[in-house]
Design a protein around this ligand. Structure first.
Ligand code: GLC
Length: 609
């Protein structure tokens, strides 16, 4: 029964499309333009939200209310902004967004799950969905409505700094892992029966499939580079994961910084409007990447009116401005009034944005749900993350003689040496997009390091010796049963991770060589991608484990090293011998990897003698 006292757009019993039409009809051009703007937290002022009802606010990587902010700090900040937005003339609530790409990684103390490349080693869609559900809960606990995840890039060249954000080089593996969308948004998300909108009904969040399209296929893996291929190749390799996301009702899609055959995606009407919205029927909204439209001109952001008209006319609905929103609004209004952007395009964009806001129940549930504070980093989520860690490990070598495997290790050995730059570093374990945009070394958040996990698992009589940088002195006065050496990459994000060389950083090969000559050694690689192991080094190592970027629950590594569980992971990406071979993917003619896609050994615990 319609509520006569409320304007239709405020009446939750009205059909979504009626509410969209009613609200749109009440909006001025300036208000419509404001809804198409997403601004960063640091410029989200009362005037920006009450006076110019911007559509959305985001926290960039690391942009928190304060250092080690609590869920309450986040909820207070976002609810305060929401009150400003609701005080605007039409009271349109904002969507607040953040990159929760492996758990709620902007939040100190959140459960940090393994990055996507690790999950690709498991290839379990149900696990992806469960991780999505847990992530959504921790994101909602802070009052955030929307995460810029999943990244469904198909990384074809590991020199790309975002290789670890891709589930795999293999399209079908990425497709399997898109089930995270159902975990994040709930299922069926857009088919919620009235009164059960995502934000309240089941503690879900809005997902964002990114980066459309071909972000993982650029020449030489260059970040924000150019993907050169036919449309058929683009469809076969990079498009299919989006079909799976659409089938699960993904509400938003982010455009890629990259170009396709020289045409920037941010101004690509064919791919965004004709294909994504037309042929594939996407009904949510497309958001630009961070200053993505600015990159349409050189130097970045010059000729801003062209950047706006090219991107909005191509079909981008919301612009991640993120700072100079007054300039954006002024130019967008000018472009519409001067006829360079049609009002029908503006109405289409705003309808899409409002549709998502109505469907998820934002008008009815604009504020945080403070009953969720305790889910952040809860035991249940830690257990889930620990399961993901142990299942993602890939055993690449077990024993110089296959008949004499070194794994599983004896947890009651007399003395264990744990060494390496990555043995006791939660920051390196988590990698980029953790607490800060690019991540960092050190005790950046709560979690269990490899060393702590080994200490926890080892027997009471077992001595665990830790040497971050072992030397000859490490061995001069005592013997070890065996050594565990954890090496790997520093933390990085996006272009900071683009590499032309992929040797073991921090002189890890020298460290390994020092240790392997003295004691049976298991090497654990903490990295966002395969690294080069020269044959002579590999021959000296007794066992080699790819641990990827496992996140906060290092206990999952000890669970497998000591045989509580067998290895399950298999390579989601080709392990090359040399970067000179790249790009090299399964199916290529000259396919000569060190370890092929899908490779992974087991310890076969059941037939242990
Ligand atoms: C970044 C990334 C994108 C992220 C966005 C907001 O530049 O390309 O993946 O979601 O900005 O942080």
């Amino acid at each position: 029964m319609a509520n006569e006292l409320l304007p239709p757009y405020r009446d939750a019993t009205q059909p979504v499309e009626s509410r969209v039409r009613d609200l749109l009809s009440r909006m001025t051009l300036r208000e419509k333009a404001a809804q198409m703007a997403q601004i960063e937290r640091c410029v989200a002022s009362p005037s920006a939200l009450s006076g110019l009802p911007v559509g959305s606010v985001l926290s960039a990587g690391g942009s928190a209310p304060r250092e080690r902010a609590s869920p309450r700090d986040w909820a207070d900040m976002i609810d305060r902004m929401q009150h400003w937005a609701l005080a605007s003339r039409l009271g349109i609530p904002i969507l607040y967004a953040s990159d929760a790409v492996h758990g709620h990684n902007n939040l100190y103390g959140a459960t940090i799950f393994p990055h996507n490349v690790a999950l690709g080693a498991i290839r379990d869609g149900d696990l992806a969905r469960r991780i999505g559900e847990a992530t959504a809960l921790e994101v909602r606990a802070t009052g955030i409505h929307w995460t810029f995840a999943p990244c469904v890039a198909v990384c074809r060249d590991p020199r790309w700094g975002r290789c670890y954000e891709s589930y795999s080089e293999d399209t079908d593996i990425v497709r399997t892992m898109t089930s995270i969308v159902a975990g994040l948004q709930g299922s069926p998300p857009l088919g919620h029966p009235p009164g059960h909108p995502f934000l309240a009904g089941r503690k879900n969040v809005i997902a964002c499939a990114k980066h459309f399209i071909g972000d993982g296929g650029t020449d030489k893996g260059k970040n924000e580079g150019n993907t050169i291929c036919t449309f058929e190749e683009l469809e076969a390799t990079h498009m299919k994961p989006y079909l799976d996301c659409l089938a699960q009702g993904v509400s938003t899609i982010m455009a890629s910084y990259t170009s396709w055959n020289g045409r920037p995606l941010h101004s690509n009407h064919y791919l965004i409007t004709e294909i994504l919205k037309g042929k594939l029927g996407f009904k949510g909204f497309v958001i630009s990447d961070w200053e993505g439209i600015d990159r349409l001109c050189q130097p970045h952001g010059s000729n801003y009116r062209y950047c706006i008209s090219a991107s909005v006319n191509a079909g981008i609905d919301m612009i991640m401005v993120p700072h100079r929103y007054e300039k954006f609004l002024e130019d967008l209004v000018f472009l519409v009034e001067s006829g360079r952007i049609s009002m029908s395009r503006i109405d289409d964009a705003v309808e899409r944005i409002l549709r998502v806001k109505f469907v998820v129940g934002l008008f009815e549930y604009p504020f945080s749900d403070r009953s969720l504070f305790d889910v952040v980093g809860c035991k249940e989520h830690q257990i889930l993350a620990r399961e993901a860690v142990r299942r993602s490990l890939v055993l690449l070598k077990n024993g110089k003689d296959i008949k004499k495997p070194i794994l599983p290790l004896d947890k009651n050995a007399r003395r264990i040496l744990v060494a390496g730059t990555h043995a006791d570093d939660i920051g390196y374990q988590c990698g980029g997009w953790t607490i800060t945009w690019h991540g960092s070394s050190g005790r950046i958040t709560i979690g269990t390091t490899v060393l702590e996990a080994i200490r926890e698992a080892a027997g009471n009589e077992t001595e665990v010796v830790y040497e971050k940088c072992p030397s000859e002195a490490t061995f001069s006065d005592r013997e070890y049963s065996y050594a565990i050496v954890a090496i790997g990459e520093d933390a990085y994000a996006e272009f900071l991770g683009d590499r032309t060389e992929l040797g073991i950083p921090f002189d890890g090969a020298t460290m390994i060589s020092l240790v392997v000559g003295k004691v049976p050694t298991v090497v654990i690689v903490i990295s966002g991608r395969p690294l080069v192991f020269e044959p002579e080094l590999l021959d000296k190592i007794d066992a080699l484990v790819a641990a990827w970027l496992p996140g906060s629950e290092g206990g999952g590594i000890a669970d497998v090293l000591f045989g509580d569980y067998d290895f399950e992971g298999v390579l989601p990406i080709t392990w090359f011998k040399s970067v000179d071979q790249l790009p090299m993917n399964a199916g290529h003619n000259a396919y000569d990897p060190l370890f092929p896609l899908g490779y992974g050994l087991k310890m076969n615990l059941d037939n242990r003698s």
